[in-house]
Design a protein. Structure first.
Lengths: 374, 374
């Protein structure tokens, strides 16, 4: 499954693995794909610096990428306090009442309050890019909208291509105009922020529109619903130059984030392992923009009659930031707040990344051979 | 693109074309696919009889299928009057007010009232099956749920395989248990009645579940989002034995239903030609069950604040039956009530079926060759 994009980036196969875990990202890169480290959880540039130094040491010299979050339209600054004051008290009361009802205890200390939301601010994302460019990223991806022109310029000066997610042709064309090098066509079935057009329709639409607008200068990856070699074959048949997989790696053996109980699958992994493809919901409760989440008692509380409408980004992020920490600390598989795509129905065991990658490649080859034989 | 299913049904390629138009269905069969005539619009068995006699004469001896609608759980009888009395007056008032607001005139005569809904009743669907079995259908499909056991038995006695649509693995397994021969895995992006799981995830899930439950006895078709050779290649890569396409054929040159202005594209076709993949909505307003429709002023009225919740099937069918006739007669491309999938964004010209089929095949072969070359 080598596409021209593999040559450009120096990777063996066009399997891009987005993950907040440096251990998973490094394993994906070592297995011949491109591990892309999600940076939104790094509020402290020094922590990201140390993590990328670790990535440099643990990827056998193979390429890796980083992913930052720079929403197109949010107050870039203004301070936490100003934003806090814009949150209606009824929303705060609903969150507190819901957490109580679900048996989620308060945090032990308050010093972690508001952590997790800073990564969504432009100033923090810019600092992350600055830190990343001191290392050797093969890709900088932006999860929301086109990155600002100066960020793209800075990345290009360092010879680093830039990727951005698109849920519609109009987004993809905006990315092309902005100078983005790789458009990630992310379908409805994807985890996290998604649009309404499913991958089967969206991917070839964006492939055609990008080809018409930019020729071979810009590549298109398929994201959303991919977790098997057959699905990779389908994505490439649709015209994509590779696949972008996120949810799939959450059940990697190397994924240790959010684990509260030592060895064995973490609480979140146990919730993912038992979910079917019907157990997700697309909702604005996670960030203010529609995002697909694992269906749990937390998402159901927001869907119940009488629940308030989620606030716009970034107010909703701020509203639920402490709640997410409380939920994480409570360590209850029935009450998690976790982005996950419909592919969760296929995530039924904890396996090392290398083993998963081997199976993806084998199944892909079988699917292509079957097609060729028809 | 020959799969074993082609041998079973005596068709050249596993392209199943669902359409309410006998002219389109016959053209699909003549072009080497399997044209499947939607029967729900035939309230009068004699009219269906005459249409199938026409099909027999106009398909060059090639196979064709029929599609009936037998919802799993509705009052099979009870009479129009009993059902009418269960519709709240507020719902009727909303429909009347909305049609007035949208400038849709009343019908000239009332003798057509309630036509269009009878086809949804079991007694009518059974009569359709009886009529069909006097001809030579190669397939009987049911658009909603598993067909009743006696219908499957009757079809099998005539040597006719039975197909049913599934939006989730549980539906597919129920079909297998019921004796269905072909499961149509219909993804979220499809027009008409759809579930929430998109094709990229749903198709391989159902392929695997059906294979485990029934081996090669039952075949799986992919439906939802398919309107190009690349998408057919993707569907077969996902493990499907063929594709089921519906919306795609609405812009066939042979499609003449709903045309009010003689030559040229009909009003509905003009609405379809100008729509993008973002211009559909999944709603219960068409029948009481979630169905994807073209987004128009009619669907927007039902989504506006203050609009009532749609009624359950079959009450919603009855509620909107006359409205659909009024809308059809009004002939306004901004106010149509039409099932259509997200693939509508690719339906940008009126072409004869044979020409479309030729392009599907050519593009499919290119996609497979590209995959094989990677």
């Amino acid at each position: 499954m080598r596409t021209p994009l593999c040559e450009k980036l120096g990777i063996e196969r066009p399997v891009f693995g987005f993950t907040p875990s440096e251990h998973v990202a490094a394993a994906i890169s070592r297995a011949g794909g491109l591990g892309v480290l999600g940076c939104v959880r790094f509020n402290d540039p020094d922590e990201l610096e140390a993590t990328l130094a670790w990535m440099d040491e643990n990827t056998d010299g193979k390429p890796y990428g980083v992913d930052v979050v720079m929403p197109a339209k949010v107050p870039t600054e203004g301070g936490q306090t100003d934003l806090e004051s814009m949150i209606p008290p009824e929303h705060r009361a609903f969150v507190d009442r819901t957490l109580d009802d679900l048996g989620v205890p308060p945090l032990d200390t308050s010093d972690e309050h508001a952590a997790g939301v800073l990564g969504w601010l432009h100033s923090v994302a810019r600092a992350q890019v600055d830190v990343a460019l001191k290392h050797r990223p093969a890709l900088i991806a932006n999860a929301l909208g086109s990155p600002p022109a100066d960020i793209i310029g800075e990345a290009h000066e360092h010879g680093v291509p830039v990727a951005a997610l698109a849920g519609a042709v109009s987004h993809a064309l905006h990315h092309v105009d902005s100078g983005v090098d790789i458009v990630i066509a992310q379908g409805y079935e994807a985890g996290g922020h998604t649009g309404e057009i499913a991958s089967m329709v969206l991917v070839p639409e964006i492939v055609d529109a990008v080809q018409a607008a930019a020729g071979d200068r810009v590549s298109v990856l398929a994201a959303g619903g991919i977790g098997s070699g057959r699905q990779i074959a389908a994505a490439l048949a649709l015209g994509a130059s590779g696949v972008w997989m996120g949810s799939y790696w959450l059940t990697a053996a190397e994924y240790k984030l959010g684990s509260a109980s030592g060895e064995g699958p973490s609480t979140i992994q146990r919730a993912l392992l038992s979910a079917t493809s019907s157990d997700t919901v697309r909702s604005r409760i996670y960030s203010g923009k529609p995002a697909r989440l694992l269906k749990t008692k937390w998402t159901e509380a927001w869907a119940a009659p009488g629940a308030p409408d989620p606030l716009p980004m970034p107010l909703q992020n701020i509203l639920v930031s402490e709640a997410h920490q409380r939920i994480s600390a409570a360590d209850d598989p029935d009450v998690v707040a976790m982005p996950a795509g419909q592919i969760v129905g296929r995530m039924n065991e904890i396996r090392p990344v290398a083993e998963s990658m081997e199976q993806l490649v084998g199944d892909y080859e079988q699917a292509v051979a079957r097609l060729a034989s028809l």
